[in-house]
Write a protein of this length. Structure first.
Length: 190
């Protein structure tokens, strides 16, 4: 195991209850579960209620973003995130379907993995192919950060000056580029 602590940005989302746990409770419990797995919470955004993506695909989500530190490689971190999702009964029925818990590895500092060329290929993938294709390897930063208000707005709470290593824009700049009508559909949850 690498003895250097890495800083990761992770998006959390939930739009299906698990037993008596509602999505907001699931997200809060997931942050505790991160700590139990050697993933130390550095900062946590507020919680946001956002429409499902793509629009009309299910109930509203509760979303948040965390900054964490861990002694894990990016691949090991992804494995840990999948293990935590499984503890919350995550079902992978179809792409972008409703789920009890979704943990997305957004970024690892300013790294681009596995390469700029592969990132660019996934970044340029048409929407019709995004619905069907799943990468066989970890792509970092997440190739859709810049399009997703449910990621950018929580990320703005904790890392407004994080610079996207390919787009060379801060989270604040990416948020400013989002259409206003999209941002209006988001509510902060207590």
């Amino acid at each position: 195991m690498n003895q250097n602590k890495h800083k990761f940005l992770i998006a959390l989302g939930s739009n299906i209850s698990l037993g008596i746990s509602e999505p907001l409770d699931i997200i809060k419990r997931a942050t505790v579960e991160l700590n139990k797995n050697g993933i130390n919470l550095v900062s946590l955004s507020r919680f946001y209620e956002t429409p499902a993506y793509p629009e009309g695909s299910g109930p509203n989500f509760i979303n948040s973003v965390v900054k964490v530190e861990a002694n894990y490689s990016p691949q090991k971190m992804l494995q840990k995130l999948h293990e935590i999702e499984e503890k919350f009964d995550r079902q992978r029925v179809s792409r972008w379907s409703a789920r009890t818990l979704d943990l997305d590895l957004l970024a690892l500092e300013a790294q681009v993995l596995p390469s700029k060329e592969i990132f660019q290929e996934w970044y340029n993938l048409p929407l019709s192919e995004q619905r069907e294709k799943i990468p066989s390897e970890l792509i970092v930063p997440h190739p859709r950060i810049q399009e997703r208000e449910f990621v950018l707005l929580p990320l703005l709470d904790i890392q407004p000056n994080w610079i996207h290593p390919i787009l060379n824009k801060t989270v604040l700049q990416l948020c400013e580029e989002l259409p206003e009508k999209i941002k209006k559909n988001i509510k902060i949850v207590q």
